[in-house]
Design a protein around this ligand. Structure first.
Ligand code: 6PG
Length: 241
């Protein structure tokens, strides 16, 4: 049976948000190309990059590792959030990024700043990480949960009202429940925000985040409006065009 040709990637704006609409089959490669272009755009300047975890970004990080011209020696890597597990745990966002990216590119080990969320005192771990975080992140990679969370900022969390702390302990409704997360001031001050979302399961929340009326406390991913969203056609299916 002749395969239907995949639609070509499309770029459009929804309000302040730049949307890259990509076919599911090329989502990881397209996401990596968008991220690579942002990283190359800093030229000879050092830059800070914060990564998210979950199931979406792994293939993007793997594709990114294969792309040329990225100034890895000038990139300092941080994390948007981390689960309260050891770094070797399969649920660790650090381990995801290490296996998919750090082990495949020439980034100096000292450039990767892991959130030590395995520490027994998460509040102390948050304060330690806060002290090492740049005053503003140049590039922030975020995902979006089906409940509208981003990083580990979950709907209804008191962290969404945080104005002073830049890193805080958090509780996830799904395991691993203990988390560390950046707070809204860090998202708002980021130079570039990139959001990656794929799959039909995200269609409702992508529409809510970009075109809905819910405020940030009900849909924390609205904090990322105005950024660059790379969304496959499945996750974009409910967007009003
Ligand atoms: C995490 C991530 C989180 C993620 C969303 C989406 O620690 O889980 O940082 O914010 O981006 O939960 O996760 P999926 O990509 O698995 O849908």
């Amino acid at each position: 049976m002749k395969r239907r040709p995949e639609a070509a990637p499309e770029q459009l704006r929804i309000g302040r948000t730049e949307l890259h609409l990509v076919p599911p089959a090329s989502f990881a490669d397209a996401g990596a190309e968008v991220l690579a272009a942002v990283l190359r755009g800093f030229g000879a300047r050092d830059l800070s990059l914060a990564l998210s975890g979950g199931s979406t970004p792994g293939p993007i990080y793997e594709a990114l590792a294969g792309l040329p011209g990225i100034p890895w020696e000038r990139i300092r890597v941080y994390f948007a959030d981390e689960r309260a597990v050891p770094p070797e745990d399969p649920a660790s966002n650090y381990r995801l990024a290490r296996d998919a990216l750090f082990d495949r590119v020439p980034i100096p080990a000292e450039s990767v700043h892991r959130m030590e969320a395995e520490r027994p005192d998460l509040d102390d771990a948050a304060r330690r990480y806060d002290r090492g975080l740049p005053s503003r992140l140049d590039v922030l990679v975020l995902g979006i949960g089906e409940d509208g969370h981003t990083a580990s900022l979950f709907p209804g969390s008191h962290n969404l009202r945080e104005t002073a702390r830049r890193v805080a302990p958090a509780r996830s409704p799904s395991p691993p429940t203990g988390r560390l997360t950046i707070t809204p001031p860090v998202v708002r001050s980021a130079g570039r925000i990139l959001v990656f979302a794929r799959g039909r399961a995200k269609a409702d929340v992508v529409r809510e985040a970009l075109q809905g009326k819910a405020d940030v406390s009900r849909c924390p991913a609205r904090l990322a409006r105005g950024g660059t969203w790379v969304v496959d056609t499945e996750a974009a299916a409910r967007l009003r065009r």
